[in-house]
Design a protein around this ligand. Structure first.
Ligand SMILES: NC(=O)c1ccc[n+]([C@@H]2O[C@H](COP(=O)([O-])OP(=O)(O)OC[C@H]3O[C@@H](n4cnc5c(N)ncnc54)[C@H](O)[C@@H]3O)[C@@H](O)[C@H]2O)c1
Ligand SMILES: [Zn+2]
Length: 385
């Protein structure tokens, strides 16, 4: 996987602007991801040009609204796009059927037509619920993602999965619904808490680990500088991650061939850890993925798919940026039976069998089905010693 991306001279002929553009090739559903430092200010011009909408409904959360909503509404007004905004409380609890229904009713009350765009301005929570609402109203309104967390910029805003949580589990209600465009203004990361930034970084490292050894090597050298806010390095890491996800999604948009499952490296463990810690502030998603990738490497090593060096490199790198890499750093005590039960009930598990994405070395991942539960128990037990 290379780092090639096209430079775009901008959407307005009157001003010279430069963005990095990653194309997501999905036939008639293809779209671009625009990455840059002035993207929010230029959103109005970009949407007039690409989506050609005259009306927009912005969905955001209270944290993001106070910081960035005025920049977006100003930009839309300058392009003569009329807009309203719907501000939800921040946090995972917002991804509920109740909030989804409120949002759908709010959009319907504004009498939208098929050209009214729904814009998600926020992290993965907002992207998931707004995308779900956009897919439902009038059987689909044009949807625009403006992700403002690193996790949303490199993962949740790309690929078209939308949804909310139900009493039957996380993300159990939703749809595949591709955005018309994804607009990433990296200056929004300036206000993102460091923990949230690191949580997103774990997903960036994941792309190197599953498909691109050179990218992982580059991250080993540059991670700390990019996490300190170096704009060029951040742009390159975000673009490379989006390109990696786009390539996998283009091959397996609806998770049929199994290719898309590679994106779940570290996630079988991570989902179990999150289920145990309640999907809350104790353990953020990317933090769980960091610990999960180290456990997946240890399991791969035990199955002789990779050598000890791979596990050590993964652990050392994640730890060097400040991510927790062991179960004990998260909690002293874990209920191992409960963790295994969560893994067997994971929505990607088939008939209770334990399936994992494992590593054959940095840059190479594969799906291994029906892994022996006792082996998984051993790996967790050893990790706790
Ligand atoms: N659809 C997908 O493919 C996909 C993939 C991965 C994760 N997800 C979902 O994404 C969600 C997690 O996303 P997330 O990590 O972005 O969480 P989030 O949306 O809860 O955002 C994290 C926190 O950061 C705040 N925030 C957002 N942008 C900010 C900014 N620029 N400055 C300051 N604060 C800001 C938010 O208000 C929130 O408090 C989960 O619900 C997960 O299921 C979806
Ligand atoms: Zn993830």
């Amino acid at each position: 996987m290379g780092y090639a991306m096209k430079r775009n001279e901008g959407f307005s002929p009157t001003e010279k602007k430069e963005h990095t553009v990653v194309h997501v090739p999905l036939g008639a559903m293809s779209y671009d991801i625009i990455i840059g430092e002035r993207v929010l200010a230029e959103t109005g011009a970009i949407l007039s040009d690409v989506v050609k909408c005259k009306r927009a409904i912005i969905v955001t959360d209270d944290n993001v609204a106070s910081r960035y909503l005025h920049r977006l509404t100003g930009s839309l007004a300058a392009a003569e796009i009329r807009c309203t905004s719907f501000i939800l409380p921040s946090g995972e609890a917002t991804k509920s059927t109740d909030q989804l229904l409120k949002l759908v009713h709010n959009i319907l009350s504004q009498e939208p037509d098929r050209h009214t765009a729904v814009i998600a301005l926020g992290g993965g929570v907002i992207g998931d619920i707004a995308g779900c609402a956009a897919s439902l109203v009038l059987r689909g309104l044009p949807f625009v993602q403006i992700p403002t967390t690193l996790l949303a910029q490199v993962d949740s805003s790309v690929g078209g999965k939308t949804g909310v949580n139900t009493s039957y589990g996380k993300n159990t209600m939703g749809s595949f619904y591709q955005p018309k465009i994804v607009l990433i203004d990296i200056t929004t990361l300036e206000t993102l808490p460091k923990r949230e930034l690191l949580s997103g970084y774990a997903e960036i490292a994941k792309y190197g680990l599953i498909a691109d050894a050179m990218f992982f090597e580059w991250l080993e050298v540059n991670a700390n500088a990019l996490l300190s806010g170096n704009v060029d390095l951040l742009t390159r890491a975000i673009a490379t991650s989006c390109k990696a996800k786009a390539e996998i999604v283009a091959e397996d948009e609806r998770e049929i061939s199994g290719k898309r499952a590679l994106l779940n490296f570290g996630h079988t463990f991570a989902h179990a850890l999150e289920a145990e810690t309640g999907y809350g502030p104790d353990l953020l998603h990317g933090e769980a993925v960091g610990v999960g990738m180290v456990l997946a490497a240890a399991l791969s090593e035990r199955l002789r798919l990779c050598g000890q060096r791979t596990t050590t490199r993964i652990r050392e790198h994640l730890s060097s940026v400040g991510l927790r890499t062991s179960l004990r750093e998260v909690r002293e005590m874990w209920n191992i039976n409960q963790l295994i039960a969560h893994m067997a009930h994971d929505k990607k598990a088939e008939h209770g069998a334990l399936n994992f994405v494992l590593t054959r070395g940095i840059g190479s991942a594969e799906i291994v089905k029906n892994v022996d539960k006792e082996l998984v128990r051993d790996i967790i037990t050893e990790a706790l010693q």
